[in-house]
Design a protein around this ligand. Structure first.
Ligand SMILES: *Cc1c(COP(=O)(O)O)cnc(C)c1O
Length: 401
């Protein structure tokens, strides 16, 4: 059987991955490649990482048996409550891990890029905690659209750098961050917020987030007397929350993996972010993945109601899971995600992030057996999305809830 956890020596998962980087970064990335595993597997790292995850983030996050949702969908549904983490989502797990790694590698300056601002906020948070200077690149259009997160980052002491080139969104911010990294490779650590980017980032991020599936294993054993679910579900933007929730189950074929990507207004319209369904193989962010692009290789601007899923590609791990059939990937449209958000709110008293609502919207598409154990990764909370929810509340069909 294929090993879906393991990246090969050149940084590939099947045909996806690799490290397509400018020559000037070769030594820096090679150095990271040599050092990341020995450091993140060392006792001193693990001690500090887990201490912070417990006392600062509030881990372990609960595995919550959602009784009313279970009844509605005819299964035993557990929600992995990443929404309860400090800063409101799973991204903080990775930000803490990479900052601790940067410190151990002697780096004195942190850069990051952000689209919706969630990864920027997580990075700025940890940099405040660790007293490290932090610059966050963000498309000028996103700076306008995500003003509250910009203010959060500034309050935390980070410098937010608006990028005026291109479409002024995430891709342009990424280019600018890579340019900065090229100029300061010695002292600067580039924190990537998802399982994307050149090798070793996808593997590194997946491992740092794998605390999620490590917890699911012992929590299920405690609650169900067995440590695996029948189904594991998550949403995919770049793929980090899904990779974290799946990591320890990737090679366990008893566990069916079901992933939601953002359909936007529909995969057959130009307004979509369903890159695994409609993308073609190309290079984005230093990695060979499925990308939404024109025939001559121009990136197509993605669209989703959810800023965190609005990415024109998906990480190499996920592209490989999709291509090999190990994971089922289902597009979820804006209206389905909105309906799912209001449903969880009314049935369980939990307002989910719009991203996580895409995973929730998978539930009505499934055919469960009554005794199926389903774990759904609730990647974040919905406070940040309240305005979007309110502006669409007339469209919700309360009769279906
Ligand atoms: C950023 C974000 C996502 C999407 O990113 P992944 O790397 O695919 O997990 C999903 N959920 C929330 C709450 C987010 O903030």
């Amino acid at each position: 059987m294929k090993n879906f956890q393991q990246v090969d020596d050149n940084g590939y998962y099947g045909q996806f991955g690799g490290a397509y980087i400018p020559e000037v970064l070769y030594k820096t990335v090679e150095n990271l490649k040599q050092q990341y595993l020995p450091i993140i597997q060392s006792e001193s790292f693990l001690q500090e990482f887990h201490q912070l995850l417990s006392d600062y983030v509030g881990r372990p996050s609960p595995l919550y048996h959602a009784r009313r949702m279970s009844e509605k969908y005819g299964c035993k549904l557990y929600l992995k409550r990443e929404d309860l983490n400090h800063t409101g989502a799973h991204k903080i797990n990775n930000a803490i891990g990479q900052v601790l790694l940067a410190k151990r590698m002697g780096k004195t300056r942190i850069i990051a890029e952000t689209g919706a601002g969630q990864h920027g906020v997580a990075t700025a948070t940890v940099c405040a905690l660790m007293n490290l200077p932090c610059r966050v690149y963000m498309g000028a259009l996103d700076v306008q659209r995500q003003h509250v997160n910009v203010e959060r980052m500034r309050m935390l002491g980070a410098e937010v750098f608006p990028v005026e080139s291109g479409n002024k969104t995430l891709k342009d911010a990424t280019n600018e961050a890579i340019r900065d990294w090229c100029c300061h490779p010695k002292d600067t650590f580039y924190i990537i917020g998802s399982t994307v980017g050149p090798h070793p980032y996808p593997d590194m991020v997946a491992r740092l987030q794998s605390v999620i599936s490590a917890e699911i294993k012992w929590q299920l054993l405690e609650k169900e007397g067995r440590n695996w679910p029948d189904y594991l579900m998550a949403c995919v933007g770049g793929g980090s929350n899904a990779a974290g929730a799946m990591f320890h189950y990737l090679n366990d074929e008893r566990v069916r993996l079901v992933l939601a990507e953002a359909g936007g207004l529909g995969v057959d319209t130009p307004q979509t972010a369903a890159s695994m369904q409609i993308g073609t193989v190309g290079i984005l962010h230093g990695s060979r993945i499925k990308v939404m692009q024109t025939e001559d290789g121009q990136i197509v601007e993605p669209y989703s109601i959810s800023a965190g899923l609005d990415y024109p590609g998906a990480g190499p791990i996920h592209c490989n899971l999709y291509e090999t059939g190990r994971a089922q990937v289902v597009p979820v449209n804006d209206d389905e995600a909105l309906q799912a958000a209001f449903e969880l709110t009314r049935l369980e008293g939990i307002i989910p992030a719009l991203e996580s609502s895409h995973a929730l919207a998978l539930l009505p598409k499934m055919h469960f057996r009554k005794d199926d154990i389903v774990v759904l990764n609730l990647s974040g909370r919905g406070d940040k999305d309240l305005e979007t929810y309110l502006s669409h509340k007339e469209e919700i069909d309360y009769g279906k809830i």
